[in-house]
Design a protein around this ligand. Structure first.
Ligand code: ADP
Length: 259
């Protein structure tokens, strides 16, 4: 039946024997697609009222009566609306990335230019915390693929490093050729992550420390976006971390994608 979606898995059984497991995943996939579609629609609908709210907050900001209570209230309104906007943006990115079974585009991505943009944003963000940020990029290493997906993966990792590294820490970003393909790595001297959390980090809304992550402006969706983006490049995220010392997030884009 061509309408059915089947999933095949081969597992070791006895010596020299394999077990083939065939699962009908049609209903599961349909439900997953309805969930994705629902999230995409809701986030899209939330965008307009949020933009309207931001406009009114700007008007309030221009007309405060020098009342500290009122100023504080407007500041909180501004902060929370900005948080909601990033959540909506991240939800839309995740739905978009989840929707495509494969990459949407196979175009040459000038990764060096992309990383220069991310570096400028990172330096601006890291200034307040006096972070030392170093990008070590091979300018000739370009790949073929969809820029949105690669940008999402790289920028989420860099901005997380900034978010979870205390003042005066350092962050190093590497983009270089290795025998297996193109290697990207973000190292930080931040909080680090305990081993039991590492396996769960790419789940939607999973956070090690709920309140800390919220305070730093996190949405809990960054690493699931990274995971989905990377799956389109047939690769996955490696996470190594030592609690209190720092973390290293890396991936290798297979050499078939190198331009
Ligand atoms: P968030 O928006 O909360 O940062 P993510 O999906 O990007 O969500 O990350 C999930 C969780 O992983 C974060 O809440 C944080 O606890 C942890 N995390 C991510 N990156 C780092 C990092 N560089 N150092 C320490 N912890 C991290």
């Amino acid at each position: 039946n061509s309408d059915k979606l089947l999933e095949f898995r081969v597992m070791p059984y006895a010596k020299n024997q394999r077990l083939l497991i065939v699962r009908d995943v049609t209903t599961y996939r349909q439900m997953d697609e309805s969930r994705r579609q629902f999230v995409a629609n809701v986030s899209h609908e939330l965008r307009t009222p949020l933009t309207v709210l931001q406009g009114y907050i700007e008007i309030l900001e221009m007309n405060t009566q020098q009342d500290p209570m009122q100023e504080k209230a407007i500041e909180m309104l501004e902060q929370q609306t900005t948080r909601m906007c990033s959540l909506v943006e991240q939800l839309m990115t995740l739905s978009k990335i989840e929707a495509a079974p494969t990459l949407d585009f196979y175009e040459t991505i000038d990764v060096s230019a992309l990383l220069t943009q991310i570096e400028h944003e990172a330096i601006a963000l890291g200034r307040k915390k006096e972070l030392v940020i170093k990008f070590n990029v091979d300018p000739s290493l370009a790949i073929v693929g969809d820029e949105l997906q690669l940008r999402s993966a790289m920028s989420n990792l860099v901005f997380n490093a900034i978010r979870y590294t205390p003042d005066l820490g350092s962050i190093k970003v590497i983009w270089k050729k290795v025998p297996e393909g193109a290697y990207f790595c973000v190292m930080d001297t931040g909080d680090g992550i305990a081993e039991e959390h590492i396996l769960h980090l790419t789940e939607r809304f999973y956070r090690v420390d709920e309140s800390r992550s919220r305070d730093t402006g996190g949405t809990g969706l960054g690493l699931s976006i990274v995971k989905h983006s990377l799956s389109h490049y047939d690769t996955q995220l490696n996470i190594e971390s030592n609690l209190g010392e720092g973390s290293q997030f890396s991936f290798i884009i297979p050499k078939t994608y190198i331009d």
